[in-house]
Design a protein around this ligand. Structure first.
Ligand code: 0PR
Length: 364
């Protein structure tokens, strides 16, 4: 029996998501390429061309030394990109003869690293060593230096952390990785489309970064699924390639086989439409809104984590949080219970005002 058409979630009250309303061009491109598979580039060559364009766009954002020839691909999201970065580093560490038959290979990441690294460690059979943060929620280089050893294949730095939007000291972490003979990965899944308009050091130009995650389906205003993995050298992707005897193309470096042409075309279209001015404007507006919201919450007596990127965390008591959820606000909490508001492009100042009005009503 035909059911009534369900409505997708409206973005009006979505305040904690890292996804957003896609740009109209990206939406249209996604629909056009819905039935294509970039996993089979010899058959679906138009979408393969768009993927090359998307990778060049991402590489330009991330200051890759050679954007036109940058190694990378459009993943299903940050999780796949992070898993692949760990897999590549593990394979390269093994190839170079490191720890063969010796101790288990390890990956060193700050406690703030996204849980996709836990998945990666489990799937890939490596040890994930998480190290404590400094008192401003950033990776502590001393703790990272103390954790690396000969069996470390990868050091991870986060540029725009999921909970507090913090940027780790990327150059310091890269130096520690280099010294340890490990690869260095930057997770800019969320931050990557905002960071080019800040003075944070995070990109290929700022440090010897081997691989980097940067997701169009977050701040890039592309439709889901569109993540991004970039590598400084082709060798990082070569370490992922397996033979594909019955396809016209001989090898495949991606984790998934059939992939979303919609995500690829949507990512390329979003960057065509928005890089750089559209993204610069979105980043500026989000930063203003985050600062404004942080001040408003502080004025009401809450403890607010100063927003470094457009993400505000404030220690709002559990009953108030629950009442906000009941009022229809899609908000979430950090591991330690702070309310999190992510100022994505769909989050307007008027939505934030309405949110504060509800908060004031609840507090009374
Ligand atoms: N790296 C970082 C820094 C992230 O914040 C995230 C996702 C990932 C990697 C993984 O990306 P994918 O989810 O694309 O695989 N951070 C959000 C989170 O876990 C994801 C999210 C997005 C959650 C939208 C909810 C939502 O509505 O909180």
């Amino acid at each position: 029996m035909r059911q009534p058409e369900p409505e997708p979630q409206s973005f009006d009250r979505v305040l904690s998501s890292m996804c957003t309303e896609p740009h109209s061009d990206a939406r249209a491109a996604a629909e056009r390429f819905l039935a294509t598979n970039p996993g089979d580039p010899a058959t679906y060559d138009a979408v393969a061309d768009l993927e090359a364009r998307a990778v060049e766009g991402l590489a330009t954002l991330a200051d890759h030394p050679d954007p036109e020839n940058a190694a990378g691909y459009v993943t299903s999201g940050g999780t796949e990109a992070n898993i692949q970065a760990v897999r590549s580093a593990r394979n390269r560490h093994r190839e170079s003869g490191g720890t063969r038959g010796g101790p288990e290979i390890n990956v060193v990441a700050p406690e703030s690293a996204h849980f996709s690294f836990t998945k990666a460690a489990e799937v890939l059979g490596v040890e994930l060593r998480t190290v404590p943060l400094d008192d401003d929620y950033r990776a502590d280089p001393n703790a990272v230096a103390a954790a690396v050893d000969d069996a470390t294949a990868l050091v991870v730095g986060v540029a725009g952390s999921t909970e507090y939007g913090r940027v780790d000291p990327i150059p310091e972490l890269a130096a520690i990785a280099e010294e340890a003979g490990a690869r260095f990965h930057v997770d800019a899944a969320w931050g990557g489309f905002v960071l080019p308009f800040t003075d944070h050091a995070w990109s290929f130009a700022d440090a010897p970064v081997d691989t980097l995650t940067i997701d169009p389906h977050k701040f890039g205003q592309a439709p889901v699924p569109a993540g991004g993995l970039l590598a400084r050298e082709d060798a990082a992707l070569d370490a992922l390639a397996i033979d594909t005897p019955y396809l016209e193309t001989r090898s495949q470096a991606t984790l998934t086989g059939t992939r979303s042409g919609a995500g690829v075309a949507g990512a390329a279209a979003a960057m065509d439409a928005l890089w750089p001015d559209g993204y610069r404007e979105a980043a500026a507006r989000a930063a203003d809104d985050a600062d404004w919201l942080a001040d408003q919450l502080a004025d009401r007596g809450y403890d607010v984590v100063d927003p470094e990127l457009p993400l505000v965390a404030a220690d709002v008591p559990e009953p108030t949080f629950a009442a906000l959820r009941d009022a229809g606000w899609k908000v979430s909490r950090t591991g330690t219970g702070e309310l999190r508001v992510v100022c994505m492009p769909h989050v307007t100042r008027s939505a934030l005002r309405a949110f504060l009005d509800d908060l004031d009503r609840i507090r009374r």
